[in-house]
Ligand binder design. Structure first.
Ligand SMILES: [Ca+2]
Length: 239
């Protein structure tokens, strides 16, 4: 697979907001993501958020938040950027402004030697586009590529994982040909289509992404004990 072809093509179908609104009592529907949406991100895949995921945790009172970056990675070795601040943000008051954040940073080392630090959930120093490292709150630190933390409190995994996003991109471009890239094999698919294949063919199946996965008790993220309490979740990368 030609990465230079795949990379610009994946952005095209996803022009929605990079965040998810969920009911933590029973996980509800979310929105898709977009990425590769600025020239700076296009030139530095480490800054590129692929997808944000929220799903039930290992027990009924826990929830998992995950963000993937830097896909498509075709090798078994990749590192997070030590100069970037990776964050997962949570709104628990319904105003689309973050009330809690997880702040994730990485040491200046490569591959398995890299160390991850996850702070949070903690109130951010400020809301919106100004992001600074908060020096307080729960902290989990350790090596990338292994599960860290406590099964009863915060658990963290940061490292290489198969890209979990599924897209039959070839068929998508047959259905919506004006979205095709201008060069490469995906630019000239010979057969047009009006619907997806069953089964579809996941173009991302051979590729990896860098994943940050955090599991915590739901109670740490909520401002209410109501059964229908909701949170909004999104991710940012800053420097
Ligand atoms: Ca809020």
């Amino acid at each position: 697979m030609n990465l230079a072809i795949l990379s610009p093509s994946r952005r095209l179908p996803f022009l929605l907001a990079a965040g998810i609104a969920v009911s933590v009592g029973g996980i509800g529907a979310g929105l898709a993501s977009d990425h590769q949406d600025t020239p700076e991100v296009e030139l530095n895949s480490s800054m590129d958020i692929n997808d944000v995921y929220v799903f039930p945790g290992s027990t009924g009172d826990r929830i998992v938040l995950a963000v993937t970056t830097a896909s498509p990675i075709a090798t078994q070795s990749a590192s997070f950027d030590p100069n970037l601040l990776y964050q997962i943000k949570i709104d628990n008051t319904g105003d689309a402004k973050e009330d809690l954040v997880f702040q994730v940073t990485f040491s200046d080392a490569a591959g398995a030697a890299q160390q991850v630090s996850v702070r949070g959930p903690v109130a951010p120093a400020s809301q919106g586009t100004s992001n600074t490292l908060v020096g307080t709150g729960p902290l989990v630190q350790g090596a990338v590529g292994v599960a860290l933390g406590s099964a009863a409190a915060t658990q963290v995994f940061a490292g290489l994982r198969g890209d979990p996003f599924f897209i039959d991109l070839e068929q998508f471009f047959r259905i919506v040909p004006d979205r095709r890239p201008s060069t490469g094999p995906l630019s000239a698919l010979p057969v047009s289509a009006t619907s997806f294949r069953n089964p579809g063919v996941d173009l991302l199946a051979p590729f990896n992404a860098l994943a940050i996965v955090i599991e915590v008790p739901k109670s740490q993220l909520l401002s209410s004990t109501a059964a229908d309490a909701k949170i909004g979740v999104w991710a940012t990368i800053s420097r």
